[in-house]
Design a protein around this ligand. Structure first.
Ligand code: FES
Ligand SMILES: [Fe+2]
Length: 443
């Protein structure tokens, strides 16, 4: 890789994290289908980690609320009249009815339970009950409030944690949060929003985004526009359990055996947006990446971008973060691919897979070419939520290729003929992920 170019006081530090010691025991199929294992995951892991509820943008006004699910739990997030966003178990404290059934909405000031009419304000305080004088144990008002859980914001996302003693979000996310701060993700808009239900365990998703070994096979041809070979990539396994991958983009491996026209074709959209003629690099593709970096540096401002907070590598390369347990942030200079495998509430062989594209619109722009949409979109555009089963809704050609493999893998993981994986060193983030999970489970 080229030498580190670190801008003064900005950009992502590329220092390599020390390699942790990893075990070598088999990662067997049982953890991908066992109900007992899924139950332990919920009790000992999902109930202890920071998870994303929604975008702050979805609860931007007082009274705006959303509900989201983790396992069998439903969580209610609402912005109060004091502008604070809070998270609660979505459970009425009278006799346990689920309080809110909408995915999102705005309440003028309160949530009323459909069963006996108890009313809670946006701080979760029980304000009114029918026949208040008829409770020999005293009025429940102000006493039987909604159960609040830790809730914080970072990078334009609202996060929650079922653990009342959770450490602060930024501590949990370290060092990912401090690295990603330079992207100003809170300014990005969601221009693509898909949730798919598929027949695979949520860990198939996280495993997949924890390795790039599959690229030439699942995404055939992609090697013409990036250098996926492990010898030129950097993998960081952080003590916090999160990981990072740095992969050169803006052109192929220097020893790429394919046609140069394929390279130019693969990069054509980007090259044309940045007014870069690739022909001078036909016989020296190694220089194309740096030329693209220089061009973005030169034209960024005129196209509305502020790249001053990025290093040159951030302008072309793939900065891919996997956040434990189930998130990936794949960073681009003008946006982020957000990927998440959520466990199905009851069936470990099903998953709810989310793909969002978050677009950073150039300053002053009224519209922008969103690569994931393959179309120009207005800055006011907010993607509608597309949902369906795998095959019914598209996440875009690249991610669709990933999705298509997971059901097939789940079938094999369930087979008596699978005795555990046999992984390459470059797949070690997967092992680290499972070892982190095992630590939560006390294995
Ligand atoms: S269960 Fe909600 S008011 Fe009775
Ligand atoms: Fe992939």
């Amino acid at each position: 890789m080229s030498e580190v170019v670190k801008l003064q006081g900005s950009g992502i530090d590329r220092s390599k994290a020390p390699e942790p010691e990893l075990g070598s025991g088999p990662i067997t199929g049982e953890r991908y289908y066992s109900k007992e294992f899924a139950h332990r995951e919920f009790e000992q892991m999902w109930s202890k980690v920071w998870l994303i509820a929604c975008l702050e943008d979805e609860v931007r006004s007082s009274g705006d609320y959303i509900t989201c699910e983790i396992g069998r739990e439903s969580i209610l997030c609402v912005r109060g009249e004091d502008d604070k966003i809070r998270a609660f178990y979505n459970v009425c404290q009278h006799r346990g009815n689920r309080l809110v059934h909408n995915n999102q909405g705005n309440t003028a000031s309160e949530f009323a339970c459909a069963y006996h009419g108890w009313r809670y304000d946006t701080r979760g305080i029980l304000k009114w009950v029918y026949c208040e004088e008829d409770f020999p144990q005293g009025s429940p008002c102000g006493k039987r409030n909604l159960i609040e859980i830790p809730c914080e914001s970072w990078a334009g996302f609202v996060w929650y944690n079922l653990d009342p003693d959770a450490k602060p979000l930024r501590d949990y996310l370290s060092p990912v949060a401090e690295q990603l701060d330079c992207y100003a993700m809170e300014r990005m808009h969601r221009t693509h929003w898909v949730t798919l239900e598929g027949d695979f365990n949520w860990k198939c998703v996280q495993d997949n985004f924890n390795e790039s070994y599959h690229l030439p096979y699942v995404h055939a041809g992609v090697e013409s526009i990036l250098d996926e070979h492990y010898s030129n990539c950097q993998f960081d396994l952080y003590a916090s359990g999160h990981c990072r991958m740095l992969m050169p983009g803006g052109g192929p491996n220097p020893n790429y055996p394919g046609s140069v026209d394929n390279v130019f074709q693969g990069l054509s959209q980007e090259l044309s947006f940045w007014d870069l003629d690739p022909e001078p690099f036909r016989n020296d593709l190694a220089k194309l990446r740096m030329a693209l970096q220089a061009q973005k540096r030169k034209l960024g401002k005129s196209k509305g971008y502020d790249f001053s907070r990025y290093t040159d590598e951030q302008l072309t390369d793939h900065y891919h973060y996997t956040v434990f347990p189930n998130l990936s942030f794949s960073m681009k200079p003008d946006g982020c691919i957000f990927l998440r495998g959520n466990p199905h509430p009851t069936d470990p062989e099903k998953c709810l897979f989310d793909m969002w594209y978050l677009t950073l619109f150039p300053e002053g722009a009224t519209e922008y070419y969103a690569a994931s949409q393959r179309d120009w979109v207005s800055v006011d555009y907010r993607a509608a939520h597309e949902t369906g089963k795998v095959g019914e809704v598209s996440c875009g050609p690249g991610i669709d290729q990933d999705v298509s493999i997971w059901s097939s893998q789940q079938q094999g993981l369930r087979s008596r003929g699978f005795k555990g994986e046999y992984m390459a060193k470059q797949e070690r983030r997967i092992r680290y992920f499972h070892e982190t999970l095992d630590r939560y489970l006390g294995n």
